[in-house]
Write a protein that binds this ligand. Sequence first.
Ligand code: AMP
Ligand code: ZN
Ligand code: FE
Ligand code: FE
Length: 280
Amino acid sequence: MLSKRVDLHVHTSESDSSVSPRGVVKLAKEAGLSAIAITDHDTILGFEEAADAGMEFGVEVIPGIEFSTRYNGMVHILGYCIDTTNAELLQALDDIIKDRDTRNKKIVDQMRADGIDISYDEMMDRFGLVIGRPHFAQILVENGMAESVKDAFNRLVGKNMRYWAPRTTVPIERCIELILNAGGVPFIAHPFEYGYDKEKLVTLVHHCLSHGAKGIEVRHPSHTKQQMEHLERLISESPYDVLMSGGSDFHGDVKPNNLLGIPEVPYEWLEKIKAASKNY
Ligand code: AMP
Ligand code: ZN
Ligand code: FE
Ligand code: FE
């Protein structure tokens, strides 16, 4: 019998994926996955619908989140098995949305000044509460001003570019604390995606672990096979109790190369994460 597999990094349309929470659970069933973690950027709003669909399709759905945190620029922190009713967490997420709104309205004003016919209300109707630069990139593609989302990031919505404005990001230590306080299990997301050299990577890992992070996302489509094998070996041989996770970073059509369930992740990794959570 095939061993049980999971995908612990999945986005929904509540952040910047093209697929609804129910839709992604259905896809997980079709892909033969036993469990998925919903890890939307800075929101837990997709969990309830996904959990209902999990009952419907017989897929275990883990409540998670992916914070965009402030650390030498931007580092992502994943939180698994969080209590999605935790008041402190919900307040912090509300503050992040308000700050995004302020930033996003500046970007809309700049686009309108350049003759692009959009309104923020329309964007919220279409994209939901958590609106980010990937959505602006999509609008630029639809208006023929960029060839692709990537092209939009390279020329128009990247840092300091024409359709960019700063937002206040939450410090990495605070995001780890919020996840812990919600009974969850904090992980460093895709460590090889930040372009760090070995020394900076080691510093990041030590910093996060010393502030309460419990694991590292080892398997991710942005990691090479060599990087994944090397990191897995380092963690297995280390005297510390560092957990491992992995997933596809599925975004539907927004990142068409990220396929649900790839790279493969064994169910045993999720069992260890659940054991480290206060909510299971
Ligand atoms: P925001 O948090 O709204 O400023 O948007 C940042 C998000 O944009 C990141 O979390 C990424 O998911 C996405 N992003 C950043 N750079 C790129 C890129 N070059 N191509 C596609 N998406 C990107
Ligand atoms: Zn995303
Ligand atoms: Fe990420
Ligand atoms: Fe992600």
